[in-house]
Design a binder for this molecule. Sequence first.
Ligand code: FES
Length: 321
Amino acid sequence: MLQPLMTVKVTRKNIEAEDIAVFELADPTGGDLPPFSAGSHIDVEVRAGLVRQYSLCNNPSERSRYVIGVLKDPRSRGGSAGMHEIGEGQDLRISEPRNHFQLEHSAQRTLLFAGGIGVTPILCMAERLSALGADFEMHYCARSRARCAFHDRIRASTFAEKVHFHFDDQGQAHALDIDAVLGEPCLGTHVYVCGPTGYIDLVLRSAAAKGYADRQVHREYFSADPEAMFAEGGAFQIKISSTGQVFDIPADATVTDVLRDAGVDLPTSCAQGVCGTCITRVLDGVPEHRDFYLTNEEREKNDQFTPCCSRSKTPMLVIDV
Ligand code: FES
């Protein structure tokens, strides 16, 4: 579901690195686009019924274009492969930008970690922090130089000396020494990471071991772990607090699917637990969290969950709908 909806034109497409296409999107009438902040993403309707999220990676002060980078995933279920078939001049339906990965502007120091195509929101953050004259450092890990998008743009940027590249094929001497980069945690330091699940988990684990608090560490998963996502759970029931209606959620269906079939439409976007659009308050019962969006602290409170993928540990969940 694209909300709110707008149409843009692909004004430029180029192959930025191996398997990575970069698209520039503009208002077809030449007008300004809605503003966005560093870390924002848009929903893109790749084709009818298929919506994917892509982070904006241009400078957030720009109003004439949105820039997105898309990695062609060999396991693609249609999203990234479909995007790579889109060409210049084509119209695309997108949502306005939303931001679930915001910069903490009061930070005294910011550490940015990008893994592969996870560079897109991180690069946008680097642009913003540089414009603010903030103290930051960016580490960009990729399998090789050939698979490293935006290398030349970063090298030519005003913040080039703050960016450290780590390519897997360059050997141990160039590997990311995560513990050394994290250093000793100071209260004013904030950490941001985006990339493959294993990369994010490494940064999160290392930061936690160093003593960083949950609120200092921010992450954005760009796709869910399919095994965790599609694993069946037990059946349970959902009760809608406003009407008292009770719905059976079978082991092989999601809450959002069952409710949609019954005419109760919850807002969704990614449908895979990474964007936070569907977050719903839980009034009673204990959710089984399967998302990649909530922080550990938020999960432990058990007062909200993502009905697009999460389930229930108790026979019934009462939700605030
Ligand atoms: S729709 Fe994205 S987390 Fe549920």
